[in-house]
Design a protein around this ligand. Structure first.
Ligand SMILES: [Fe+2]
Length: 618
């Protein structure tokens, strides 16, 4: 038996993954255990969980694979500093203590953290190799073109590669400072959102705007080349030498300073968002074209933070460059832990690979699960009134009935998701047909006011009746955007049309009913889609089925089980705390069923505020 532990840490969203004899046994992000979003520290808890889940003793580990090469990264930092010296001294000085303390001596740090893994062999894969491995090895394809795109690893910011059987090969790389990830983050920063977590907000803002600035971006900021690469004019950016993403010249180009976080969003921000989204899609498509030219493969696999841009992914699919697309669900750096471990198994140890029909990521349900007995103990300890269903059909019938009557349900089942999306294991569910659902879920549960609609999940076999997804394409990991079909769109009154164009409050615009599923339809009729099948999703699939039987509607709202700024819940305790501190109506923990109206205690307004205060809004 060969046990390989993959680790990603010390940058953003630390994680661990365990691969035993080539099978992905467990994977989890550290933030879920420490309750600190995007926790970059050593993933002590995630490692402990993975080893426990696999029944592997630390001293039985054969390999520990780290997802990047710290010395190469240090080299990049040092060289960038020297190239821009003395301008970059401040950011260089700020970065140095962390490097000198942990990162350069990573091997020693890993040995200290993993005390009893003395016999394990330590392997450091390159950052984009880890991403590429995470994209290809779990995919259902025996061969594929590989595209990895993110901010930056050591030097690479994007790579084109090829996977065949049990091997991957990187064929081209784009190097720092030229980076789609950093370009997108620069605009995220300029529009007043947080870099490294607010990118999805910028993507969600884009449909409100027009790409008026796309030409300006093409003329001044970037130059795309025929080989899929592109060049950025660093006169407008500050990330090589400063602590911000953009500089005064950039601000002048767009007519003013960056938007202050949380301030009013103006039309210009929407237009800028639409513009950078369009340009990003063009660059990604250009790279995908080059990947096809170089590899001539009909399948494409994607990873890296930019692969979470599901609008760009939807565009690749629509362009029809490739017949099939698979995207690593933990596309960001957390997934690097999994990629590094699989890289060791296939690429270094040369073990053959047999692709699985659906893929081998098991719905990305690779985290901890809790038994009914464990849940009973948690509920007992806090004297929580509950009902237990012995029969799944009865449980599903009750939950579907409540969903259909407009209730909001916390749904906690099986193994927690690996990756940023809730996929029906730690989800909050609602009825998408309800025109009040978008604002109710945001205000009563998430404690935020959002201009973005929620994501729908749909029975896999019904997707063609509702969304424009090419035939046979699945989106089990919620990484594709598709349009709501014409027949489900509703007429918009003149008054509403005016609201949609003019209302300065974007929540009013998003809440104009434009389809029979207002809660999940964006202003451009797009939806970020999850397709649900029984093999991957089990009970969650059967719940959707039960909802469909009652209502004729095979779609539910599926949002992550958390409040604003909180990592997705992991344990029954986390779920219970979130349930009691929000206006969620129902909580289902495996076979246990809790109704808010039967709770003898909920958190007071003060306690709720305190709970919310634990999490920094992103
Ligand atoms: Fe990365």
């Amino acid at each position: 038996m060969t046990s390989i532990l993959g680790i990603s840490a010390f940058y953003h969203d630390s994680a661990a993954a365990l691969v035993v004899d080539g099978r992905i046994v467990a994977a989890a992000q550290e933030e879920r255990f420490t309750r600190k979003k995007h926790d970059p520290g050593f993933p002590t808890n995630a490692v402990a969980y993975c080893l426990k889940a696999g029944g592997v003793q630390p001293d039985n580990l054969d390999y520990v694979a780290f997802y990047d090469k710290p010395l190469l990264k240090f080299d990049r930092l040092l060289e960038t500093y020297l190239a821009f010296a003395p301008a970059g001294f401040r950011s260089f000085r700020l970065a140095m203590p962390v490097w000198l303390k942990d990162k350069i001596h990573l091997r020693r740090v890993l040995r200290q953290q993993l005390k009893s893994t003395r016999d394990a062999c330590f392997v450091f894969t390159e950052h984009h190799e880890s991403h590429a491995a995470s994209a290809f090895f779990p995919s259902p394809f025996s061969e594929a073109a590989i595209l990895t795109i993110d901010g930056v690893g050591e030097w690479s910011t994007a790579t084109i590669g090829m996977g065949e059987g049990d091997r991957i090969r990187l064929l081209r790389e784009l190097k720092f400072p030229h980076s789609i990830g950093l370009l997108y983050s620069a605009f995220t920063y300029y529009c007043g959102f947080k870099v490294n977590s607010g990118e999805y907000k910028l993507m969600g803002l884009a449909p409100y705007g027009r790409p008026k600035f796309a030409d300006l971006i093409r003329a001044h900021l970037i130059e795309t080349k025929n080989d899929g690469s592109f060049w950025m004019n660093m006169d407008y950016f500050n990330y090589c030498q400063g602590l911000t993403m953009t500089n005064d010249r950039f601000h002048q180009l767009f007519g003013g300073p960056p938007r202050a976080p949380e301030s009013q969003l103006e039309q210009i921000h929407m237009d800028i968002a639409a513009s950078i989204q369009l340009v990003t899609e063009e660059i990604v498509l250009n790279m995908a074209r080059e990947a096809y030219r170089l590899t001539q493969k009909k399948n494409l696999v994607l990873a890296g933070g930019v692969a979470l841009n599901c609008v760009a992914n939807g565009r690749i699919l629509r362009e029809g460059l490739f017949s099939n697309l698979w995207i690593q669900p933990a596309a960001g750096d957390a997934g690097g832990a999994l990629g590094a471990a699989l890289f060791v198994w296939h690429q270094l140890l040369e073990n053959p690979r047999v692709p699985e029909k659906k893929d081998s990521q098991q719905g990305s349900l690779l985290g901890p699960k809790f038994s009914n007995e464990e849940i009973a103990r948690t509920l007992e300890a806090q004297a929580i009134p509950r009902q237990k269903f012995g029969n799944e059909a009865e449980l599903l019938d009750e939950v579907a009935k409540l969903l259909a009557s407009g209730k909001i349900v916390g749904w906690f089942q099986g193994r927690m998701e690996f990756g940023p999306r809730a996929l029906g294991a730690r989800s909050i569910l609602g009825d998408p047909r309800n025109p009040k659902m978008q604002s109710a879920m945001n205000l009563k549960i998430k404690y935020r006011e959002s201009f973005r609609p929620f994501a729908p999940c749909i029975l896999n076999e019904r997707v063609a009746d509702y969304f424009a997804l090419p035939s046979g394409v699945e989106s089990p990991y919620m990484l594709l955007v598709a349009q709501v079909l014409e027949k489900h769109r509703t007429a918009i009154s003149e008054a509403d049309r005016k609201v949609m164009i003019e209302d300065p409050d974007l929540r009013q615009r998003v809440n104009v009913t434009r389809s029979t599923f207002p809660a999940i339809t964006h202003v451009d009729y797009s939806a970020r889609l999850q397709t649900v099948d029984e093999e991957r999703h089990g009970r969650f699939y059967r719940l959707l089925k039960s909802f469909e039987q009652k209502t004729g509607c095979p779609v539910l709202v599926n949002t992550s089980f958390n409040v604003r700024g909180e990592p997705i819940v992991c344990s029954p305790e986390d779920a219970l705390r979130c349930f009691l501190s929000t206006d969620m109506d129902v909580l289902v923990l495996e076979n246990f069923f809790l109704k808010k109206e039967q709770m003898s205690k909920t958190l007071s307004a003060e306690e709720r505020i305190r709970h919310l205060g634990n999490f920094e809004p992103d």
